[in-house]
Write a protein that binds this ligand. Sequence first.
Ligand code: 3HC
Length: 697
Amino acid sequence: MAQVVGIEIEDGVAVIVADNPPVNALSADMRNELMWAIETAEADDDVTAIVVHCAGRTFFAGADIREFDKPPAPPMLPDLIDRIEASSKPVIAALHGTALGGGFEVALGCHFRVAVASAKMGLPEVKLGLLPGAGGTQRLPRLIGPQKAADMIVSGDPIPAGKALELGIVDEIVDEGSGGDLRAAAVAFAKKAVVEELPIRRISQIDDGIAAARSDMAAFDEHAAGLLARKKGLDAPRACIDSVKNAILLPFAEGLVKEREFFMELKNGVQSAAQRHLFFAERAAQRVDDMPKDVKPGKVDKVAVIGAGTMGGGIAMAFANAGIAATLIDVKADALERGLATIRKNYERTAARSGKGEDWVNERVARITGADSLQAVSDADLIVEAVFEDMALKKQIFGDLDRLSKPGAVLATNTSTLDVDEIAAATGRPESVVGMHFFSPANVMRLVEVVRGAKTGFEALSTAIAVSKQIGKVPVTVGVCHGFVGNRMLYARTRQVERAMLEGGSPQAIDKAMTDFGFAMGPLAVSDLAGIDVGWRARKQVGSTIAPVADALAEMGRFGQKTGRGFYLYSEGSRRGEPDPDLNALIAGIAAEKGVTRREVPETEIVERLIFAMVNEGARILEEGIAARSSDIDVIWVFGYGWPVQRGGPMFHADQVGAGVVAGRLSELAEACGDETLQPAPLLAKLAADGGTFGKL
Ligand code: 3HC
């Protein structure tokens, strides 16, 4: 016994020390040994109080998520926590790092909580498609009131120790900055509890927080409705609310049983499987399998961003937000001025919305310096080129960067489609060139496709990955091809969106099919928002004819919201599109020209056409090695394109449907409309034949 948990006695206080790197997850071994430790400490007559403390970087960061796919092994976490709470000797939790999920629930089962100032705590289960399943939904409302508890449980966002103290979750904060020591402080608290005979506080027996709510359920329901309004399509937030409501209405023990039922139901459902898949996929995506262990990313203190347009400005903001100084360069003085003014305006808007002051704005703006000459790259550790998509221009810039930037600087291009190898060849140091494809708005969207060229060196690659993480992004390494992973699959979908329109699907029907599937907006509403001209110009450059309807609208100057007309009509100042009664005739005309017979297109067919075409392209991308793993594709679509998290990403979704079904349906669609791109990719066909899954790739 005692492999991950030990007991150390200090002045009559039993300090239970858990040590299960990296995050002290509450695995079956951990639960077993904690049960042993609490029982041993309680039975020891020399022990007067107990402290639960974790070694390493954090207090328990939750249940062991990897165990969720295995049969449950006793002792179950709620039973362990009940046992801790039932202790006749005071139990004090000593919190540091991130006390999350089941870890926070353990802390709530203890009678008192002492935390370091830097600790964070919360119940992020909802982000895994779950609800807290070890008493969190029953104890937290009793401690801080159901509305505040619902806020924490439905958002899943952790709170800092200071806030927890304010809310009455934490009893004492230890300031490590002034030399405070958590373990010593927790032991001191334990001794005080004994000497002063502090009443043992079992949260399950507190009624104060919920009594008031019980007499005004309407107020709770209204609050809950507000929280759920932006959680459409997700099962977990609803269950969180129902369970918190049980805390108000039912005795503790009954509420706990119901919470467990909700938990098991969600855990066994596809939404949680999808969100757990994404949790691990996000982490796996940051690994480059052939990266030698001794490669260390370079330090990035100074960044230069070339091009003061929307992308360049957003990228500069993304660095400034993380405290990294950025020089925004544009050789056109007026464009630079406009870019800097937009950045200030964006910060002012954020400040106004979130109640931040002028100082906050000034501090961020001060991190971004404007320059109108490329010479300004000379001291940058990382240079991100974000000018418009023109190969000749990019090559010229990279030639200049080769002359002007310091040795070892990472030269990144934000191209969304162009050949990174060709751009790298314009320099004498292709090993320093890498793609960093940000997504608009770059200060908000979390995905960065890190494009690894044929000659990109490991140093440059690891620096691009590390700095992306440093600024809070999710980097995914991809290979070179037109559109990389995300846009290449987007084009495959666009082709089918257009085909569906030509065959008879209205823009409203197509958008509805995708919002019913779980996207926040349909593809055509998104086109109107982003500007139909953007894709039209890009397609013209490469002579693409995949989008005849969008191109026809753009030719007519119907660019979407900004011109008041696109796939929808927008009245002055409105962002709500109304159907255009004339559009059908325009589309019918194009269909006639192309010899496409129009018919009623059912919603299921729209979904299959759009989604399976993406899966098919994803399969080709995997075959070609452009993405290293199928889960990388899922991460790209969730973090860059708003793929609904509860569906886990296109490749995860394909596995749910089954490769055989996807391939079969694609063959039928290809046959029916003569679109060869819909023929199942060899990899998909193979999985279909073998009964295989993308999840294994
Ligand atoms: N279970 C299993 N493995 C976990 C884990 C968990 N709860 N939390 C983290 N890990 C693993 C990660 O997969 C990663 O493994 P890898 O090195 O093999 O990729 C490793 O621990 C380190 O994690 P991160 O790379 O994420 O490290 P960070 O320092 O960036 O973040 C963290 C640490 C904030 C704790 C973050 O890992 C995190 O948010 N973890 C999940 C927390 C969570 O969701 N807890 C609730 C779990 S559900 C639950 O408790 C149910 C209960 O109510 C019954």
